[in-house]
Design a protein around this ligand. Structure first.
Ligand SMILES: [Zn+2]
Length: 200
């Protein structure tokens, strides 16, 4: 009888190996990790999501390092960014709007850091911060203050782009039909020409 193995996604052991999906993990000595067929899809989606999150966080890290002119973002900075990502309160006293609680993507946080770059540089020049974390937290509060505005702007740009794309598609469709009808006309004329020619 086929041995039943545990699903790495739901942790239930009820299905023979042969009826399960598996993933090979590790390079030098690959190990098979088994999943129910229906769990495997969820696992892949989750994996894709995590990879995208990691990429966005990495890009955000680079942007922050560039703005502050530092080589490596200290580990203490990450929990603050994660809180903003997860829609948790980042600082003690902070009023949170409904939207805020749903969280913001790392790429939107990055976009807002870029938007606030000049303001951050200004405060870095005039205010005395107690080390990097003090300056970072101050900058993050500027970012939080502006993130809703930047989000609205990004959404407006996206809907404008969608409208333009739609419009272009519409124009192209119309051009196609104009082209088709003039093409038909031309070929008909040629046909008539040939008929005329034959008549002669
Ligand atoms: Zn499962």
């Amino acid at each position: 009888m086929a041995r039943k193995v545990k699903c790495r996604w739901c942790n239930v052991t009820d299905t023979p190996k042969s009826e399960m999906e598996f993933e090979l993990v590790g390079k030098s000595k690959p190990v098979k990790k088994y999943y129910h067929k229906h769990c495997y899809q969820e696992f892949l989606e989750d994996k894709k999501f995590k990879e995208k999150e990691a990429e966005e966080l990495d890009s955000l890290r680079q942007t922050i390092e560039n703005i502050f002119g530092i080589k490596q973002l200290p580990n203490q900075a990450y929990p603050f960014l994660q809180k903003l990502r997860n829609g948790e309160q980042v600082f003690g006293k902070q009023t949170m709007g409904k939207r805020y609680k749903e969280g913001y993507t790392y790429s939107l946080i990055e976009e807002t850091f870029k938007h606030c770059e000049d303001t951050i540089h200004y405060w870095l020049g005039v205010k005395d911060f107690n080390g990097f974390m003090g300056a970072f937290k101050y900058s993050l509060s500027i970012v939080i203050d502006k993130i809703y505005y930047v989000e609205q702007r990004v959404q407006e740009q996206e809907s404008k782009k969608a409208m333009i794309d739609n419009h272009i598609k519409h124009i192209v469709d119309e051009e196609d039909s104009v082209f088709e009808s003039s093409y038909k006309k031309t070929s008909k004329t040629q046909e008539e020409d040939i008929l005329d020619f034959l008549d002669d």
